[in-house]
Design a protein around this ligand. Structure first.
Ligand code: ADP
Ligand code: ZN
Ligand code: ZN
Length: 732
């Protein structure tokens, strides 16, 4: 008998499926689970995903709408991916329709379907080429040509990520040396010379033991934490662990932090394997992302490297997942579907029964605890690979020192010394803009964003006040609105101002600033990073953008100007994050063969956390932090969910959340409701309620029960609310 009814997941924030009829003329070919259909919903038409098919329905036919049409291309969610996504929806208590929407490339969510025959890859033509002359006349074109030739084919997205420009590629095309072609649905096959043996390194004993352990578990689920300082050779471990998987014609998915996909990272993979690589990151446009998705699904891509949402890529035959810098906060999505890509990567590996590697120099306490308790394999790399040494961290007590422009005498001396040796300096300040506030010198008035009750940040370059919380902008006042005084001055220092001051102090050297403002333009970051590598700049100033992924071989001094905020935060994770940041930034210093130094300016050099970190390292600090968490039943020893609510009036979110606390829940504590750390943002008042449980089971039961009460909650339509499982940002 033909299917008549289907249950469809629709991208709306409702926690339910919707039943539709399938008219007879749409019943053949048989509807598959996971395919896309176009259905009427309210007054619109939307793309939904078929989740079940039935021959009967409890709802009378005259109450059911019929689907409009079916999208009968070859792209549907296969059953493995679908069951993975359902698990994700269950785990995060998030509507399945929205989960599926996020897993689907934008272009496949549209009613108007895209042209799937995208011009896809570049390859070399058969035209004879004089490589020597090309190398001499146009080095970049030569590099592109060699790369394309070695890989048989390459995507424009890859070339762009590696820092090449479209005009370089077009020049080669004009010379008829490369051409675009339509990549076919051919499954990737390991063919010699897929591995560039000459780039392979002789593993150290430490590394060899890890690679062996991973390989021994290649055929089943196993989770490996590779815990090793920056430069200890984790990437080499990944590369060698990938070999057997790729050689078995299986795919490898590599997840990297938001800004961790640098040309250097990509290069390492490119240079080792001559296999098709696909990318997925925020620098790609919708059709490029669709292309990656399709190539991964067809199995024509061997390696997929991507940020957070790459975890949803359909993969023809996934054999290994790698999560690099697993501790990184960017793996957690902070709005709507609040998943953690690392956590669901583990789920996916378990479902597919394949190994997963988590790598970090500063593992998250959650992961570390799983490794220490034996749930994961725990591999440590204690020495730096090659010949470089670990940078020494020193604390500078700024309370005891003369300061100029936020720099202590000691630090200025160290900068001078480093520059004189012809080496580079990295100065880290996690505050962009010119100054974090402006204030009236006469009456102490401060220019606050009224929508957030927080000071505006002064952006001198743009001549604007910008609120970093809601984005609102304002002209810089010439007069104090409170007392009419014209004596208005900047208070505190951001990267923009620091850049100016440093240029004054060290006029003989070139200073460059890397933050969200200076890298807004497409390709700007790549360009600046290249200039740094080529020693065009000697002093680098940056926010945490500079803390990740990039290798600056000539940087031998790293300075952190202001780390004190994290020492006294009420967020129990602040110390962990600060320690990770400090160690990651320190990891930028003194790679290659030069000895590096890290100077940390602080008012609290005796603080036990800083002392522990400096003298005993991250591992020791982390174990101590774990003991503290255990005593307080905090994650990873307790389990948390966070209900957030916001509205135009403070009483609404408060009352909405208070109503949730009416019942007691088995094995759980409800903490709150309390106003959020940012009590007001963009004009909305914000409150939250923490659900804390001793076991995951109790947590999920309680959250489920709480969600059941919401339809009856009289405040529900007056607030915007959300639930966050395993929240990492209590400081919202
Ligand atoms: P991580 O990923 O931990 O930062 P990498 O894998 O990037 O470390 O290695 C750091 C540096 O050490 C790189 O320049 C790499 O080429 C080198 N390296 C790694 N493993 C070895 C090895 N076994 N022998 C020699 N050099 C190595
Ligand atoms: Zn005033
Ligand atoms: Zn604001």
């Amino acid at each position: 008998m033909k299917i008549q009814y289907i249950q469809v997941a629709i991208p709306v924030p409702m926690r339910q499926l919707f039943t539709y009829q399938v008219p007879v003329d749409l019943q053949t070919p048989t509807i598959r689970i996971g395919e896309r259909v176009i259905v009427p919903f309210g007054s619109r038409e939307v793309v939904g995903i078929v989740l079940s098919t039935e021959q009967q329905s409890d709802i009378p036919d005259n109450k059911l709408k019929a689907i409009k049409s079916r999208i009968t291309d070859s792209f549907h969610f296969d059953s493995a991916l679908l069951s993975f996504l359902k698990r994700c929806a269950d785990y995060y208590h998030h509507p399945i329709g929205d989960v599926l929407k996020q897993a689907l490339p934008v272009l496949l969510r549209q009613i108007k379907q895209p042209d799937i025959s995208l011009p896809a890859r570049w390859r070399c033509t058969t035209q004879i080429v004089d490589l020597d002359s090309l190398q001499k006349k146009a080095r970049k074109q030569f590099e592109i040509y060699s790369l394309v030739n070695k890989h048989q084919s390459i995507t424009w997205a890859e070339l762009r990520t590696l820092g090449f420009t479209k005009s370089q590629l077009t020049a080669l095309e004009t010379k008829k040396l490369v051409e675009q072609y339509q990549s076919q649905a051919i499954k990737y096959q390991w063919q010699e010379p897929a591995l560039n043996e000459e780039n392979k390194l002789q593993l150290s004993l430490e590394q060899a033991i890890i690679v062996t352990a991973i390989k021994e578990n290649n055929h089943e689920f196993s989770c490996h934490l590779v815990d090793g300082i920056t430069g200890s050779g984790k990437t080499e471990v990944y590369l060698q662990a990938m070999e057997e998987i790729l050689a078995a014609n299986k795919q490898v998915l590599v997840l990297v932090p938001e800004i961790g996909l640098t040309p250097q990272t990509l290069n390492r993979f490119e240079q080792r394997f001559n296999v098709p690589i696909c990318l997925h990151h925020s620098g790609l446009n919708d059709s490029e992302r669709l292309q990656t998705w399709l190539e991964a699904q067809r199995g024509s891509a061997a390696i997929i490297i991507g940020t957070r949402s790459a975890i949803f890529t359909p993969l023809h035959q996934l054999g290994l997942i790698i999560v690099d810098e697993e501790h990184d906060g960017s793996f957690k999505q902070q709005d709507s579907f609040r998943y953690h890509a690392r956590d669901i990567a583990i789920l996916r590996a378990r479902q597919l029964n394949i190994p997963i590697i988590l790598g970090s120099a500063t593992p998250s306490l959650e992961t570390l605890q799983n490794a220490l308790s034996g749930k994961y394999f725990y591999h440590q790399l204690l020495n730096r690979a090659g010949q470089s040494n670990i940078a020494k961290i020193e604390l500078i007590d700024v309370a005891q020192q003369q300061m100029q422009y936020g720099l202590s005498e000691h630090l200025k001396g160290a900068i001078d010394e480093t520059l004189t040796k012809g080496e580079q300096v990295l100065i880290f300040l996690n505050r962009r803009g010119y100054a974090p506030a402006i204030t009236c010198q006469t009456c102490q008035w401060i220019a606050d964003c009224l929508r957030c009750n927080k000071p505006y940040t002064l952006h001198q370059g743009q001549q604007l006040l910008i609120c970093h919380h809601c984005g609102s902008q304002k002209r810089i006042p010439l007069q104090c609105p409170s007392c009419n005084s014209t004596d208005i001055q900047a208070m505190g220092q951001g990267t923009e101002q620091l850049e100016q001051r440093i240029e004054e102090l060290f006029p003989d050297y070139s200073t460059v600033r890397i933050d969200r403002d200076s890298t807004r333009k497409k390709g700007a970051l790549t360009k600046l990073l290249q200039e740094i590598t080529h020693n065009k700049h000697q002093i680098l100033i940056g926010t945490q953008m500079l803390a990740k992924g990039h290798h600056f071989p000539n940087v031998t001094l790293v300075a952190l100007l202001d780390v004190d905020g994290a020492l006294f935060s009420f967020d129990f994770r602040a110390a962990e994050h600060m320690a990770q940041l400090l160690v990651q930034v320190a990891g930028r210093a003194g790679r290659e063969s030069k000895q590096g130094k890290v100077l940390v300016q602080t008012n609290f050099p005796e603080h036990p956390l800083l002392q522990d970190l400096v003298h005993n390292g991250y591992g020791h600090f982390a174990q101590y932090a774990l003991t503290e968490r255990k005593q307080a039943y905090l994650p990873p020893f307790g389990f948390q969910a966070l209900f957030r609510a916001e509205a135009n009036y403070p009483s609404y979110p408060d009352k909405f959340l208070r109503a949730l606390t009416a019942t007691a829940y088995n094995g759980c504590d409800l903490i709150g409701p309390v106003p959020a750390a940012m009590e007001k943002r963009a004009g909305k008042y914000r409150y939250h309620l923490i659900v804390q449980a001793k076991s995951r089971k109790y947590l999920h039961q309680a959250v489920w029960q709480l969600l059941q009460t919401i339809p009856k909650n009289e405040w529900q339509n007056k607030v915007r609310w959300s639930v966050d499982i395993d929240p990492i940002d209590l400081n919202w």
